[in-house]
Design a protein around this ligand. Structure first.
Ligand SMILES: NC(=O)C1=CN([C@@H]2O[C@H](COP(=O)(O)OP(=O)(O)OC[C@H]3O[C@@H](n4cnc5c(N)ncnc54)[C@H](OP(=O)(O)O)[C@@H]3O)[C@@H](O)[C@H]2O)C=CC1
Ligand SMILES: N[C@@H](CCC(=O)OP(=O)(O)O)C(=O)O
Length: 443
């Protein structure tokens, strides 16, 4: 059998998008349960494929060509597979994102305007070598009635192929072609040129890569890029809490984009706090790199200017002592990536100042940056963490995969009635109600 071209795959997805949008809530949820069951039943096959990817990646890690962070994100395990299927089932359990009436407005008697959620259409996704991302993205797209083009990182190709085939087989009742796998960078370039057929491109990866996508397509792009995340330990912080948060944010999963990269510490608590966190970090093997003031308190490597803007994705953290909250927020504005930043303080006014001064997608008070995640936000899963502002920010779940349509239900009204010297005034009053196909509400 000849392999389909990328153009054919995109065309098939476009046809499927129109059909999948019409599938019932139950049909979309049932298909997700079939995906979860298929993954549960095929651990061996998935892990064998993943083993091949990991072996190849580990060779390149030894040769110094890959980072540990890449290998960590690539690796699957039985427990990771369980958490993947939990996420798929959790996406299935989410309320139907489609057909929700966001606004019902009476324009005049028997003239009603409804703003209703609908799928985006065909979504092109390009993501890093993280096989769980393929399953999360496909699940969210299916639940929200979108067709999806999936392009994962080349290091995960064996894992992605097996997972994709399982998803395809498990969703035999869903319109054919709703999910398509592409593998080469050249295929991505083809997709970027198909602006008539693709409605949105979501790239996840380095900022260079996301810029490359933005520069090479006229399709709207929702970028998901690096996380240079901060924890600021304020002068009024509970230092035990600050230690636990700084530890969790760095150590719990250092390879991911919501891990903390820079700790900012108010000068009045630095003498007490830095030795506390240094002891915990030392136990976990975290390397600290600090400014001169931090190094005068705890022995660590010197941080260079480049450290402030580096996403280590590893057990390394930069440390800086600041004189004020203003200095902390200005440091974050200068060097951060508008992903996720957190303040630890008992002073709610200062917490509010911190949160309002920053332009990051997620800003936390007394919590670890690692909470920036679709599953933890109750979205079921995430397509990724958007570092763009329009149309979705932070963890992108089902809502970020929908747009809306206006439906107007009338009874023969004409615009001429509402224009000119004897113009009839509009009512323009919102009411509680949802659109019922083809009829006016019986309020
Ligand atoms: N905010 C978020 O949700 C996320 C952020 N990230 C960030 O991404 C970075 C790590 O990603 P990394 O593993 O380096 O991923 P890369 O940026 O190297 O690659 C990601 C994907 O883009 C593809 N790609 C890269 N360059 C091109 C190109 N020129 N043309 C076509 N496709 C291309 C890769 O394909 P190929 O493998 O074939 O090269 C891969 O599928 C980190 O900074 C991380 O924080 C990652 C994921 C999510
Ligand atoms: N939300 C995810 C991390 C986000 C993400 O996609 O990270 P990554 O792909 O590793 O850069 C989590 O908390 O595991």
């Amino acid at each position: 059998m000849t392999e389909k071209t990328t153009e054919t795959k995109v065309e098939e997805a476009q046809t499927a998008a129109l059909e999948i949008a019409g599938l019932s809530d139950d049909a979309r949820a049932d298909a997700l349960h079939s995906i979860a069951d298929a993954i549960d039943a095929n651990h061996e096959e998935i892990l064998a494929a993943n083993e091949k990817d990991v072996e190849e990646a580990e060779e390149l890690l030894e040769a110094g060509e890959y980072t540990q962070a890449l290998v960590d994100r690539l690796k699957l395990s039985p427990s990771k597979l369980e958490s993947i299927t939990d996420m798929v089932r959790s996406v299935a359990a989410q309320e139907d994102p489609l057909g929700k009436t966001q606004t019902a407005r009476e324009l005049d008697e028997d003239l009603e305007l409804y703003k209703n959620t609908v799928p985006i259409g065909v979504v092109g996704t390009i993501f890093e070598s993280r096989p769980d991302a393929l399953v999360q993205i496909a699940s969210l797209c299916l639940r929200s009635g979108n067709a999806v083009i999936l392009k994962g990182g080349s290091e995960a190709s064996h894992s992605n192929r097996v997972l994709f085939e399982l998803i395809e087989e498990a969703t035999a009742d869903v319109p054919d072609g709703w999910a398509q796998l592409i593998e080469a960078r050249a295929d991505v370039d083809t997709v970027l040129g198909m602006d008539d057929s693709i409605d949105l491109v979501m790239p996840r990866g380095s900022s260079e890569f996301v810029s490359y996508i933005q520069d090479n397509t006229s399709i709207p792009v929702l970028g998901h890029t690096e996380g240079v995340c901060h924890v600021y330990v304020d002068e009024d912080a509970d230092l035990s809490m600050a230690t636990e948060i700084a530890y969790d944010a760095k150590v719990q999963y250092p390879a991911v984009c919501n891990a903390v990269e820079t700790l900012l510490v108010h000068e009045s608590v630095a003498e007490e706090f830095l030795p506390m966190i240094a002891e915990r970090y030392e136990d976990a093997g975290v390397e600290m790199r600090g400014d001169e003031a931090s190094r005068a308190i705890v022995s660590m490597e010197e941080a260079s200017e480049a450290d402030w803007e580096t996403e280590y994705g590893d057990l390394v953290v930069a440390v800086k002592i600041v004189e004020s909250l203003g200095e902390a927020t200005s440091h974050i504005t200068t060097y951060g990536s508008k992903h996720t930043d957190s303040i630890v303080t008992d002073d709610s006014d200062r917490a509010a100042r911190f949160m309002r001064s920053l332009d990051s997608a997620s800003v936390f008070h007394n919590a670890s940056t690692r909470f920036a995640d679709g599953y933890r936000y109750g979205l079921g899963a995430e397509v990724g963490i958007s570092t763009g502002k329009i149309h979705a920010r932070g963890p992108v779940g089902l809502e970020g995969l929908t747009t809306y349509q206006y439906y107007l239900e009338g009874d023969g009204q004409l615009v001429g009635t509402y224009a000119g010297t004897d113009a009839k005034p509009f009512v323009h009053e919102d009411f509680d109600g949802s659109w019922t196909p083809g009829s006016l509400s019986d309020r």
